[in-house]
Design a protein around this ligand. Structure first.
Ligand SMILES: C[S@@+](CC[C@H](N)C(=O)[O-])C[C@H]1O[C@@H](n2cnc3c(N)ncnc32)[C@H](O)[C@@H]1O
Length: 270
């Protein structure tokens, strides 16, 4: 993991006595301090909590102007809305990974984060192996998956998702994950979202996971591992990941871009 770049370390807390044992267990697993029950976020003395609540485990800032929590939400969040009303295989991400009639490539999402992109890809019918190296983000994602498993409406989608903890570059180099047609990468990038809320959440996320400044090595491992293509998500105007191999082509949207490195025809490896 990217521990050397971590700037913020949360403490673990529970929103009520009911969640206190869970908080204690998490703190032991993650080797973080557990501060017991915190009811009033406004006046809390710890700036950042890994917070066990009725809605699941959340990364929560405290203080009077604290933004909302950061958590993996496949049931009520934006990806749930996109599942119901999104553009299906017309979406840019679908085109980038090569989803089309009769083609549902297997995918390794090497930078899973909160699993939003993976969930969209699983909604499109792809089997997705998610890899996340940050123990804190992995905890949020595992908790989000667990909650999603309880929802019968999305059982078929959740069954297509699996989660590994570790550095994806190492897992791919050591063949510790089953080889997939596509490797999907979305490393952290300093970006300039206009919404103050998004900005604060993204800044927090970056502080917790680090800068992902080893993306070149990840791309290297992905190009060796993928059977058909590597897809890299970037902000629209960002440079490509530094590497001797250049993308074969790009799919560009309003704010983001997908760099596609083609290795073989998808149809040949399915
Ligand atoms: C921008 S976020 C990804 C967001 C994700 N696409 C989503 O839809 O929620 C990048 C994530 O990749 C993780 N990451 C970066 N490099 C990694 C690596 N080599 N192995 C595993 N995870 C990695 C970071 O810890 C971070 O959580």
């Amino acid at each position: 993991m990217n521990e050397q770049t971590l700037t913020v370390q949360p403490v673990v807390a529970a929103s009520s006595p009911y969640h206190a044992p869970h908080a204690q267990r998490l703190a032991e697993q993650l080797q973080l301090d557990c501060v017991g029950v915190v009811g009033q976020l406004k006046f809390c003395e710890w700036p950042l909590l890994l917070y066990c609540t009725d809605d699941g485990v959340q990364l929560q800032q405290t203080g009077k102007k604290a933004p909302g929590p950061v958590w993996a939400d496949f049931v009520t969040g934006a990806v749930a809305h996109r599942r119901k009303f999104g553009g299906g295989s017309g979406q840019m991400i679908a085109k980038a990974v090569g989803v089309k009639s009769g083609v549902r490539p297997t995918i390794l999402d090497a930078t899973a984060g909160l699993g939003k992109d993976s969930f969209v890809l699983a909604t499109l019918g792809c089997d997705v192996t998610m890899v996340e190296r940050s123990p804190i983000v992995h905890t949020l994602l595992a908790d989000g998956l667990y909650r999603a498993q309880q929802e019968s409406e999305i059982t078929d989608i959740v069954q297509r998702l699996s989660l590994l903890h570790g550095n994806a570059a190492q897992l791919m180099a050591q063949q510790q994950a089953t080889q997939t047609a596509v490797v999907y990468l979305d490393p952290m990038f300093p970006h300039s979202d206009k919404s103050a809320q998004v900005k604060k959440e993204m800044r927090l996320f970056r502080d917790v996971v680090g800068a992902d400044d080893d993306a070149s090595q990840l791309l290297d491992a992905a190009l060796e591992f993928a059977k058909a293509r590597v897809v890299v998500k970037r902000p629209r105007k960002a440079p490509t990941i530094e590497h001797e191999t250049q993308p074969t082509y790009q799919v560009e949207g309003k704010s983001s871009r997908y760099d596609i490195y083609t290795l073989a025809a998808l149809e040949k490896v399915l």
